[in-house]
Ligand binder design. Structure first.
Ligand code: GLA
Length: 418
């Protein structure tokens, strides 16, 4: 998208802090959802048309490109993997035309590749695409998934809810499904969409609060639409998440929906590199899970490099979510502690090109000078204040250093062992 052109950061002036550099991200395996989950999801590329063969192709690509080693190691099936009806004993079945060797076989293949395996279901009678939902079968389905070797379960909320459903009854259902999933497999990652039911309503916050008490991640923003401008999607998702930072922390994350780089077949976003970097910037600052939903082989080397950007990943996986901080005219600075410094996302929320200026003390830095890394250009600069000129909807992502934990207004979370 053109109006999300790479940010030009101007007027950065001053001396680099000794010994500070862009840190790299460990390729080691992370404990399940202690950090926001990273991986791949089928939805925007395939809708319900995924098959055993196409999934394995995407999985092999995750490994061969180094995405898996960078942390993108979940391969998650979305809606459409199952048979249209349950078996006589009520058990879920996979679609044998799509998965001739079966889901347990696929899970084992992915595990053998060093990957993890995720699956999709819905809380009501039907999934959003009218496949059998889990209503009346929570414990049974939880045991089925554990028996198949599933590491991650996403539970949706559309597709047919029981009569008289309220935010309160739905919350109990999601809590109960989560308990069944954990009883069947204490290590499972539980991802759900309860808050979507209440978006824009007074009960929204209570559904997020409840989700944070029993799930590992929960959707706080609507589905992305390829028919909408990238800037609208990215910035409205940022707004949906900004005030929810207190609910996020190790093992519990606000989920902004999927990353849509590259070129999809079912839902072609085709945003281009600069908008994709903006999406990554917002998702990283908000500590959202990073689930790529595209045809992976269509990614250009530059798009792959953006997804693997070590500083962006460090920001995403830093252990906390940003909060709204300060504004200068139409420019908003959103920040959090990350990488031993302060990760600052600058966004022009206006409708025309705008300038913004922030003193270090406005950003929470008490020293007279600081250094900064631009996450996307890799350039390091030193300065006594940050001045930016951004086109409408344009973003920039910086990490400011020379600011110890005591000197930063926001808490610096030290990287945890991976
Ligand atoms: C809902 C969810 C999406 C996707 C589809 C599948 O719209 O929000 O993420 O899972 O259902 O039908």
């Amino acid at each position: 998208m053109k109006n999300l052109a790479r940010a030009s950061i101007v007027a950065l002036a001053m001396a680099l802090a000794a010994g500070m550099s862009i840190s790299s991200v460990s390729a080691a395996v992370r404990p399940l959802s202690q950090h926001p989950v990273m991986g791949y999801n089928t939805w925007y590329q395939f809708r319900t048309g995924m098959t055993q063969q196409t999934i394995l192709k995407q999985a092999k690509y995750l490994v061969s490109t180094g995405l898996a080693a960078t942390g993108y190691d979940y391969v998650n099936l979305d809606d459409g993997w199952m048979a249209r009806e349950r078996a006589r004993d009520g058990a879920l079945r996979w679609d044998v035309a799509k998965f001739p060797k079966g889901i347990p076989w696929l899970a084992a293949r992915l595990h053998a590749m060093g990957l993890k395996f995720g699956i999709y279901e819905a809380i009501g009678q039907r999934t959003c695409q009218h496949f059998p939902g889990s209503w009346g079968h929570y414990a049974q389905d939880a045991k089925t998934f554990a028996g198949w070797g599933v590491d991650f379960v996403k539970i949706d909320e559309c597709g047919g809810l029981p009569a008289k459903t309220t935010a309160s009854t739905l919350t109990s259902d999601f809590r109960s499904y989560g308990a069944d999933l954990r009883a069947a497999d204490p290590e499972v990652v539980y991802s759900e969409e309860l808050p979507i039911y209440s978006m824009g309503q007074p009960s929204f916050l209570s559904t997020v609060r409840a989700s944070a008490s029993f799930a590992n991640m929960w959707r706080v923003a609507p589905d992305e639409k390829y028919t909408q401008p990238a800037s609208y999607t990215i910035l409205s998702h940022l707004a949906d998440d900004l005030d929810l930072n207190s609910f996020a922390g190790p093992c519990r994350w606000n989920d902004l929906d999927m990353l849509v780089p590259g070129r999809q077949t079912a839902m072609p976003f085709d945003w281009g590199l600069q908008a994709e970097e903006s999406q990554l910037s917002v998702w990283a600052e908000e500590a959202s899970p990073l689930l790529i939903s595209t045809d992976l082989p269509t990614l250009t080397p530059a798009e792959l490099a953006a997804l693997k950007n070590p500083l962006m990943i460090t920001i995403d996986e830093s252990g906390s979510q940003a909060q709204k901080a300060v504004t200068s005219g139409h420019i908003e600075a959103v920040m959090k502690g990350a990488d031993g410094g302060l990760a600052v996302l600058l966004v022009n929320l206006g409708t025309a090109t705008a300038n913004g200026h922030f003193t270090l003390s406005q950003l929470g830095i008490t020293t007279a000078r600081a250094s900064g890394d631009n996450v996307w250009t890799g350039k390091s600069t030193t300065f006594s204040g940050v001045s930016v000129r951004l086109a409408a909807n344009q973003t920039a992502l910086l990490v400011l250093k020379n600011c110890s934990a005591a000197e930063c207004r926001v808490r610096v979370i030290h990287k945890q062992k991976r």
